[in-house]
Design a protein around this ligand. Sequence first.
Ligand SMILES: Cc1cc2nc3c(=O)[nH]c(=O)nc-3n(C[C@H](O)[C@H](O)[C@H](O)COP(=O)(O)O)c2cc1C
Length: 247
Amino acid sequence: MEDYVKNEIKNNRRAIKEDWRELRSIKTDRQLNLERPEMFKQGKPGSMLIELKKEFPNIKQKTLSECIKSRRSLRSYKDQSLTFEELTYLLWETSRVDAYRPGVTFRTIPTAGATNSMETYVFLNKVEGIKQGLYLYVQDKHQLSLIDDSKDLKERVDEALYGQLRGAPVVFFFTATPYRTEYKYAHLSHKMIAIEAGHAGQNLSLAAEVIDCGAVALCAYVQEYCDRLLGIGEEEFVTYAITLGKR
Ligand SMILES: Cc1cc2nc3c(=O)[nH]c(=O)nc-3n(C[C@H](O)[C@H](O)[C@H](O)COP(=O)(O)O)c2cc1C
């Protein structure tokens, strides 16, 4: 292994090996009373908004044990669209916000110090009643906001996923806005930001089982292309992608 790779490994391990006592010896931006970061991303002004339902009469529930037992990464999908209700159900179980007050967010997933570093985007390839496109899930309003519906989108998503779209009807992209957590936890934030995305990935994987779908978590994507796709990159970037579809 080249020396620079060995050094990278050593440095990168630090991000998941922290000493919380360090936080006592510094002043975080929060302690300095700097401006609090935005809690939730909103759609671009004028973008098409879709209101989502909060009830799912046609979703037949399974037990948690059944979902955990049947979960396995699925990389090949039936050529079948998801219903709009199924898509909404996945967003609801994975990314919804239950309650919030300034600087504090409670969601279905745990979020370090309630800082909520994560945003959710979906590429809807085949969902009944909704046009193919890339959407932001506006988490505090339970809405979808259209970002892009250009013709070559599917090809660009596949390229961004390093050829791993595999015909999936739906792709979730989770992003991190690190400053939301850094504001409170400075340089100790990064392990927690990654873990938060992992929690969302697990909720999504299990919710997918409820609707007879399977999912696969993806980290082997092209960072630059994924970020460009979503119009982000510096202060917000993709940390996790999940493709899913019917078995
Ligand atoms: C953080 C993470 C990243 C992953 N990235 C990829 C990926 O890029 N491509 C892929 O095909 N599978 C990926 N996987 C899926 C794993 O390969 C899979 O979980 C593993 O082989 C175990 O199989 P199982 O999920 O069926 O139990 C990833 C899983 C995790 C947890």
